[in-house]
Ligand binder design. Structure first.
Ligand code: CUA
Length: 368
């Protein structure tokens, strides 16, 4: 038996532990229901179907869980050992009725739940067809997402930030040339693994405008957590305008500034392109790093982890591995500060990336 002091100490440490848990849970506020990354707030048909499947299963699980919990507590209290009571409990080992029923009941519950589950899996796996369907090839890299819009009249590359028109199914073809990743935008669809040598498809669709955040959901190396993405759902006319922006090539002067002046010194063009066409004489040369043609139009960079600002880009160009760990990965953006780049060099390059690639440079206060 514990004495009074010990009991008090135990109660105090339990209270401290619970208080700490409350503080930790409260700090999860940024990951709460309004973080744009919530499968309980679906924003499109696929995510709705998943939630509609999950909700009844949740309540079945609550019912079963509470039933087991209360039965356990009831039995523990009702049949507890009392002072002076030294009877052995009734032995039920080998009771056929009991053993058959606790096997059959869970089997029936799971069998019933399997019916809508399998139906939903097949439903979500259907690949929509028709003139209204948008197609995007998604290539998972360590660590960012490359997109190529492949429908007629598009055919351009971009990274991390995907624009889609509302109420139109968008079929993603997911590929990887390195390790397994997983594409996940919780408000729009379920997860889908991105497997080397095995293209997968995933259909996403948004039923209202908004920005929906996502992330890689399969551990893929040191910067797995820095492999985020955003989907911007907008009206058809806003989407068409965005497509037109993305299609517009940079002027020859700007391309030369990048490929000759900047890359001539630092070698940027061996991984990044500033043209994003998939055909023609000036088509994309390399797709190792994110396509930079209209990087200044995006809201964030480096796997969607840093807001698109001059200061952020400058620090990134200066020392990328210091801002996003890569480990011993070959071909990763080097630490240019150790290769003789000064902060002012980095800022000049950052200014090009922010202001010269943006369709509307005045959208950035630093470019005005
Ligand atoms: Cu890509 Cu985790």
């Amino acid at each position: 038996m514990l004495d009074r002091k010990q009991r008090l100490r135990r109660a105090a440490s339990t209270a401290v532990g619970m208080a700490a848990a409350v503080v930790v849970l409260a700090s999860c506020g940024a990951t709460g229901p309004h973080n744009k990354q919530n499968s309980l707030h679906p924003a499109g048909p696929a995510a709705h179907k998943i939630l509609n499947l999950m909700t009844p299963f949740f309540w079945v699980a609550v019912l079963v869980g509470c039933g087991v919990l209360f039965a356990t507590i009831f039995v523990a209290v009702r049949f507890r050992e009392r002072p002076g009571d030294d009877r052995s409990p009734v032995q039920t080992h080998g009771n056929v009725v009991l053993e058959v029923s606790w096997t059959i009941i869970p089997f029936l519950i799971l069998a019933v739940m399997a019916v809508p589950t399998v139906a939903t899996i097949f439903d979500l796996a259907k690949i929509p067809k028709g003139p209204d369907v948008i197609h995007v090839d998604v290539a998972a890299r360590q660590w960012f997402w490359q997109y190529q819009y492949t429908d007629k009249g598009t055919g351009f590359y971009t990274a991390n930030e995907m624009h889609i028109p509302i109420n139109k199914p968008v079929v993603l073809t997911l590929t990887s040339n390195n390790v397994i990743h997983s594409f996940w935008v919780p408000a729009l669809a379920g997860k889908k693994d991105v497997v080397p040598g095995h293209p997968n498809t995933l259909t996403i669709e948004a039923s209202h405008p908004g920005t929906f955040l996502g992330q890689c959901a399969e551990y893929c190396g040191l910067s797995h957590a820095n492999m985020r993405l955003r989907v911007i759902a907008e009206s058809q006319s806003e989407y068409d305008a965005w497509v037109a922006q993305q299609q517009t090539p940079l002027s020859d002067t700007k391309v030369a500034q990048f490929t000759k002046d900047i890359s001539g010194k630092w070698g940027c063009a061996s991984c990044h392109s500033v043209t994003n066409r998939s055909s023609g004489t000036d088509k994309v040369g390399v797709t190792i790093g994110p396509n930079l043609t209209h990087v200044g139009d995006r809201e964030a960079f480096a796997g969607d982890i840093y807001p698109m600002t001059l200061d952020g880009l400058t620090k990134w160009v200066y020392d990328a591995p210091g801002r996003k760990p890569a480990g011993p990965l070959v071909g990763w953006m080097p630490n240019f500060s150790s290769k003789g780049m000064t902060l002012s060099d980095a800022q000049q390059i950052a200014k090009f990336l922010l202001c010269d690639t943006a369709t509307d440079p005045s959208a950035h206060p630093e470019c005005r």
